[in-house]
Design a protein around this ligand. Structure first.
Ligand SMILES: [Zn+2]
Length: 142
């Protein structure tokens, strides 16, 4: 059983991101996590637009998923699938943050700047589209 708390305040009639997170985690076989879904804060991030980020909170099995409110629905779906793959990596203990400048994945350390070529990102980028199709199909049947 996973819990997704949607802490944003918006119209969920057409697309419910919390449902997408729940179904994604189900398909990935992740069980027993709590996810707080929030908007990406409106910070000046220079040239970089963050569509989504997942943070493991210092509470057991609890994560905060930031999702950019202004992204299109299609983009949000992709981002949710991408971030849920990272939640699975954290949940299985394969991914962890050692300190502000060190990320550990499968026992190897990585340092900023993080990019798509690093193995934890490769896995998320490589799996997100298949997962998106699976979630779409499953939600249609619900
Ligand atoms: Zn990523």
């Amino acid at each position: 059983m996973n819990t997704v708390n949607d802490l944003r305040k918006q119209d969920k009639k057409r697309f419910d991101p919390a449902e997408w997170i729940r179904v994604s985690l189900d398909i990935l076989g992740v069980d027993g996590v709590t996810v707080a879904l929030v908007d990406v804060p409106k910070l000046n991030t220079g040239d970089t637009t963050f569509y989504g980020i997942t943070e493991k909170l210092p509470i057991k099995d609890t994560y905060r998923l930031y999702l950019l409110d202004t992204a299109t629905t299609a983009k949000k779906k992709t981002v949710i699938c991408h971030e849920c793959i990272h939640i699975k990596q954290y949940h299985e203990g394969r991914l962890s943050i050692k300190d502000k400048k060190t990320l550990v994945f499968d026992g190897k350390e990585y340092h900023p700047p993080y990019d798509k070529k690093q193995p934890h990102e490769k896995e998320a980028w490589g799996g997100q589209n298949k997962l998106k199709r699976q979630v779409d199909e499953k939600i249609k049947k619900l």
